[in-house]
Design a protein around this ligand. Structure first.
Ligand SMILES: [Zn+2]
Length: 276
C-alpha cells in the first residue's frame, strides 16, 4: 500500500481531478452504490454467480465512514497488485483479529497518512478471512464494471486492485490457508473483471519497496497458476508483461514521494488488539 493522491488535494481538488478523469463518478452513499450496481439480488454474487471467497464488507468489520466521497471509476481494473502489511506474523487466526486488523489499517491510513479511507481494496488476514478495504470496493467487484480508486501503489491506483495480506513475508511464507484465500479472491477478481491471471503482480513490480516480501513475491508464479486453475485453465500461465514503473502518479515533490512509500503499520498499533 502507498500513496493516496487525494490526501494532498483539497475536496475541490479531488472533485476536479475526478472530473478531469472523464470516466469518474462520485457516489454519495452506499445506497447509491447499491442502486448503481443494478438489480442483482443480495448474496447472488457476481456476473457468474460465484461468491467465493466470502468477503466481509466495511459494515461487517466496523469501518468508519470515509472522510471524503470515495471515487468510483466506471472502468475495470487491468491487473491485481499483491501486498503484505509488514505487520507481525501472528498466530491469532480468529475473525476478531481480522476485523481488528482492518480497523487498525483504516485508522493508520486515515489518521496518520491522512488518506480518505483504507488504501487497499481488499485485505486477507493470516486466518484466511477476506475483508473489504476501501468502501464500495465489494459492490464494485460484484458489479464487475467499475473500480474504486484506491491508494495502494503509486501509479496504479486507478487501474489495479490492491490486496493486502496480513504478515511480513520477507523470510516467512504465508499460512497455506491465507495463500489459498488470496488465490480465491484473485480468482473472483479475475472472473468479475475479465482480468487474466497473468496480470497478477507484486507491489515491487511498480514501486521501490520490499513489498510483498521476497518469499511471497517468489510465490506469485504459483499464485497465478492456482488462480488459473480456479478459473478452469489447464495451460501454464505466461509470465506477466514487464511492468512499466514510473507513471503520472509519481509526485515531483521528493518529500511527498518518500511519505507516499511509507506503507508500514506502526509497531504497537495492533498490540494489544483492540476489540470493538
Ligand atoms: Zn505494498
Amino acid at each position: 500500500m502507498t500513496s493516496d493522491p487525494s490526501a494532498r488535494l483539497s475536496r475541490r481538488g479531488v472533485f476536479s481531478a475526478a472530473l478531469a478523469l472523464g470516466s469518474a463518478v462520485l457516489l454519495p452513499s452506499a445506497a447509491a452504490t447499491a442502486r448503481a450496481a443494478g438489480n442483482r439480488a443480495p448474496g447472488t454474487g457476481g456476473r457468474d454467480g460465484a461468491t467465493t471467497p466470502p468477503i466481509t464488507d466495511c459494515g461487517g468489520w466496523g469501518a468508519r465512514e470515509a472522510s471524503e466521497e470515495v471515487v468510483v471509476l466506471d472502468t475495470r481494473p487491468e491487473r491485481i497488485i499483491v501486498h503484505h502489511t509488514a505487520s507481525a506474523n501472528v498466530t491469532d487466526y480468529s475473525r476478531e483479529r481480522a476485523h481488528a486488523l482492518a480497523r487498525a489499517i483504516q485508522t493508520y491510513h486515515m489518521d496518520v497518512q491522512g488518506w480518505i479511507d483504507t488504501g487497499q481494496h481488499f485485505t486477507v488476514s493470516r486466518g484466511a478471512f477476506v475483508l473489504e478495504g476501501r468502501h464500495h470496493s465489494l459492490a464494485a467487484l460484484d458489479a464487475g464494471d467499475r473500480l474504486v480508486r484506491g491508494a495502494h501503489c503509486v501509479g496504479q491506483n486507478s487501474v489495479a486492485i490492491g490486496i493486502e495480506n496480513e504478515g511480513t513475508y520477507t523470510t516467512a511464507e504465508p499460512p497455506a490457508a491465507q495463500f489459498s484465500a488470496l488465490a480465491d479472491l484473485c480468482a473472483r477478481v479475475c472472473r468479475q473483471y475479465d482480468v487474466s491471471p497473468s496480470e497478477i503482480y507484486g507491489h515491487r513490480d511498480f514501486n521501490s519497496t520490499a513489498c510483498p516480501g521476497d518469499r511471497l513475491y517468489a510465490m506469485l508464479p504459483q499464485l497465478r497458476q492456482d488462480v488459473a486453475r480456479r478459473l478452469g485453465g489447464t495451460e501454464a500461465v505466461p509470465l506477466p508483461r514487464r511492468p512499466v514503473h514510473a507513471s503520472a502518479d509519481w509526485s515531483a515533490d521528493p518529500a511527498a514521494l518518500a511519505g507516499s512509500l511509507a506503507e508500514y503499520l506502526p509497531p504497537g498499533l495492533l498490540d494489544p488488539v483492540r476489540t470493538r
